[in-house]
Design a protein around this ligand. Structure first.
Ligand SMILES: Cc1cc2nc3c(=O)[nH]c(=O)nc-3n(C[C@H](O)[C@H](O)[C@H](O)COP(=O)(O)O)c2cc1C
Length: 287
């Protein structure tokens, strides 16, 4: 970090919480009750823990002026039961109505996604929202085009001799590709399923943890969507096509400079669910 970090020694009560919480060991306290010291500020990742934890507002950090610091109460959190209910009842609901998603809801979904943790607090996760029906259709056509050229290779009698051996799993998708095309020809988009918005989550190409960062952002956003009554599902087909094509065609089409790691189809629900169902019992724990 290039900014500044200091301690207001007049108001500091030397509780040492900032020293204990700092992930980069920039703030130190030799022993309980002794003065808090700041060193090697250039290693600060600007996570803001020191400012957020200080009970007296004595940590002065140039990245976090007063207007960026917000007191809150843990008692305002959803209860564990409410949180668990959201986790249990959340669904990939693909039954969309044509009603547009309120702008405010889209903003909240993106803000929740943006709040997710990022490796080394890089905060280099970016969001591109597509709501134009023509662009949405172009996303589906891009996906089908990539699948169709893959299918063409898989069906080629000469290539098939080799490909069947080295990638037998790919052949399972041939009937799926055929079905996607047939449905699209009938006006039934099985890729976007009538979603009225698509949110692409991307990072710079150089990002080391880009995929993890983007997918954590996705999950924050999807839980927010669930609470707002907005449908979402993960656009796995589209992400597969992007990965398979490996030429940035879709990113360029959408004006994205970077790597798309996750994509969320969004829309208002045609209807919602009455029940939640249990998942497979695969959690191994002694608890
Ligand atoms: C990585 C990933 C890719 C997915 N791709 C698609 C997709 O392309 N189309 C779709 O309709 N659902 C997709 N889904 C949604 C899954 O099918 C869904 O999460 C799963 O069936 C469980 O249902 P639930 O999310 O309602 O619990 C994807 C989910 C994940 C995590």
């Amino acid at each position: 970090m290039e900014g500044q970090l200091s301690i207001n020694t007049e108001s500091c009560i030397k509780c040492g919480k900032c020293a204990r919480i700092c992930p980069s060991l920039i703030i130190t306290q030799e022993e309980k009750g002794s003065p808090v010291k700041v060193q090697n500020v250039e290693n600060c990742i600007a996570c803001g823990h020191c400012v957020a934890v200080c009970p007296t507002g004595s940590v002065l950090h140039s990245e976090f002026p007063a207007e960026k610091v917000h007191p809150f109460k843990y008692s305002d959190y959803p209860t564990p039961e409410q949180m668990m209910l959201v986790c249990k009842a959340r669904r990939s609901n693909r039954a969309f109505s044509k009603q547009p998603i309120p702008q405010e809801a889209l903003k909240q979904i993106i803000e929740a996604a943006h709040r997710a943790p990022t490796a080394s607090n890089m905060q280099q996760v970016y969001f591109t929202l597509v709501t134009d029906p023509e662009q949405l259709d172009a996303i589906t056509r891009f996906t089908l085009d990539v699948f169709n050229s893959a299918a063409k290779k898989l069906k080629n009698p000469i290539l098939k001799l080799v490909l069947k051996k080295i990638m037998p799993d790919a052949y399972r998708y041939l009937p799926v590709f055929d079905r996607l095309n047939r449905e699209y020809a009938k006006g039934n988009d099985m890729i976007l399923r009538g979603a009225t918005a698509a949110l692409f989550i991307h990072t710079p190409k150089s990002s080391r943890f880009g995929s993890a960062d983007a997918n954590l952002a996705y999950q924050n956003g999807s839980l927010m969507a669930e609470c707002l009554g907005v449908n979402q599902f993960y656009m796995g087909f589209v992400c597969t096509a992007i990965h398979q094509e490996n030429k940035d065609t879709l990113a360029n089409m959408l004006g994205i400079n970077g790597t798309i790691h996750a994509a969320m189809a969004l829309g208002m629900p045609a209807f919602r669910f009455s029940n939640y169902i249990d998942k497979k019992d695969t959690v191994e724990t002694d608890l």
